[in-house]
Design a protein around this ligand. Structure first.
Ligand code: ADP
Length: 410
């Protein structure tokens, strides 16, 4: 027979709810204390079970009947249920059947405990209710403690994983919220940029117009330095207008829809080269296209803008000591086509490879190489907005290879 203790250890509050902190946040890892449900109609047996399991770090919750057990199971989760088979009214098997019918408790481990003879039918009935064990009295305390502790540990681990995945979900939600807020702030900024660039052009045009009038109509009434100042004002106004136009194009690209079409890279390259045909001829630029270039999914207008900028730069940043060369070819990565635009020009030192894709970033003064520093920012933004990327490989003095990677059309 089971030896009942004479002095009983004080168990934790049996009806303590699951340790959910007041703010709803999960308890810190390692502090979670699982519940164990002890069901027996006899208080002395409940006390004995309590004494055996007191050393486990768990809340021991007692029920004097199947009905009370079911009520407690509605309020709390349990790591394991120790269920007496022979109870007046609803017996252990009936109680287990009810427990299994509820989704919340259909998988809660049950250990049947009984003093009834060890008949095979009885055990079979216990296992048919998906009980995980069936123990006869007298109970060996160490055996019971070991069995129960396995479920307590399992429950603690499961709870930890649940809490962690809940934390991950909450973080994800917060992250998504933040991305939404940033995207909307970004859109507002882009709209703001656009309207500033747009509104600045009107007074600028008027300044430029008056400067031009001075240069063209009033030049005889001015001294040489007066004429020089007027010309400089005019040049600055024209340059600033180019910058504002570039900003407008960039803002438009960032904000507008770019529906994808199948774009034949060879066709679009030929179209872009046709625009600079005269320059290519006059400067004896050697152009090589390594066919076939393939097809991509892209927004044709944006694709033309990208190509015009990259080809334009290749023709602009040429080295004085060699005949300019422009080579276009493609390589493939799974799902993507990478178009390369290679030149044998002045090249770019590696530390500037990222910087030059920023808005208004230039490595040379505008006397040597005119420009606004907007072209490559457009290239990158355009590529990204079409689901691709853009980059460069280059060494100073060794020419450059710019690339644009876009989704393949196949
Ligand atoms: P822009 O051509 O108006 O200066 P970009 O944004 O197109 O502006 O280019 C930014 C800078 O990157 C250029 O000023 C230049 O310093 C460098 N760069 C771009 N393309 C090339 C190239 N093919 N070879 C060498 N440097 C280049």
């Amino acid at each position: 027979m089971i030896a009942y203790p004479t002095t009983l250890p004080v168990a934790a509050d049996p009806v303590a709810p699951l340790p959910v902190p007041a703010n709803g946040a999960p308890s810190p890892p390692g502090t979670f204390v699982p519940n164990i449900l002890l069901v027996d109609d006899r208080p002395d047996k409940l006390l004995a079970l309590e004494a055996i399991l007191a050393r486990l770090n768990a809340n021991l919750v007692k029920a004097r009947s199947g009905k009370e057990a079911l009520r407690l199971l509605l309020q709390q989760d349990f790591a394991v249920i120790l269920l007496d088979v022979s109870m007046p009214g609803m017996d252990g098997f009936e109680t287990a059947a009810m427990i299994r019918q509820r989704p919340r408790t259909e998988h809660t481990p049950i250990i049947f405990i009984t003093a009834i003879g060890n008949t095979r039918d009885h055990i079979a009935q216990g296992y048919s209710l998906r009980a995980v064990d069936y123990l006869n009295t007298p109970i060996v305390p160490d055996v019971l403690r070991t069995k129960v502790s396995v479920f307590v540990d399992l429950h603690r681990q499961t709870e930890l994983i649940r809490q962690q995945s809940q934390q991950v979900n909450e973080l994800n939600r917060a992250l998504e919220e933040r991305i939404r807020a940033l995207t909307s702030a970004n859109q507002e900024l882009e709209a703001f940029n656009y309207s500033i660039a747009h509104d600045l052009r009107a007074p600028l045009r008027s300044m430029g117009g008056f400067a031009r009038a001075l240069v063209e109509d009033e030049s005889s009434a001015m001294s040489e330095s007066g004429r020089d100042y007027a010309r400089r004002i005019l040049r600055s106004a024209e340059y600033m207008d180019k910058l504002l136009l570039g900003m407008l194009t960039y803002s438009r690209l960032a904000r507008s829809e770019l529906p994808p079409h199948v774009v034949d890279l060879e066709e679009i390259t030929a179209e872009t080269l046709a625009l600079v045909e005269r320059e290519v001829r006059e400067r004896s630029v050697k152009v090589e296209i390594l066919s076939p270039l393939g097809r991509v999914l892209a927004h044709p207008v944006t694709m033309r803008q990208i190509l015009a900028n990259l080809i334009g730069n290749s023709l602009k940043f040429t080295a004085p000591d060699r005949a300019p060369l422009l080579r276009l070819f493609t390589t493939r990565a799974p799902g993507f086509v990478r178009l390369w635009i290679e030149d044998n020009g002045i090249g770019i030192a590696p530390q500037f490879h990222e910087r030059i894709f920023g808005l208004f970033q230039r490595l040379h003064d505008s006397q040597t190489y005119p420009g606004t520093g907007i072209g490559l920012a457009l290239v990158r933004k355009g590529a990204e907005r079409m689901g691709g990327r853009a980059g460069v490989e280059s060494e100073l003095g060794q020419g450059s290879r710019f690339w644009v990677e876009l989704p393949a059309s196949e």
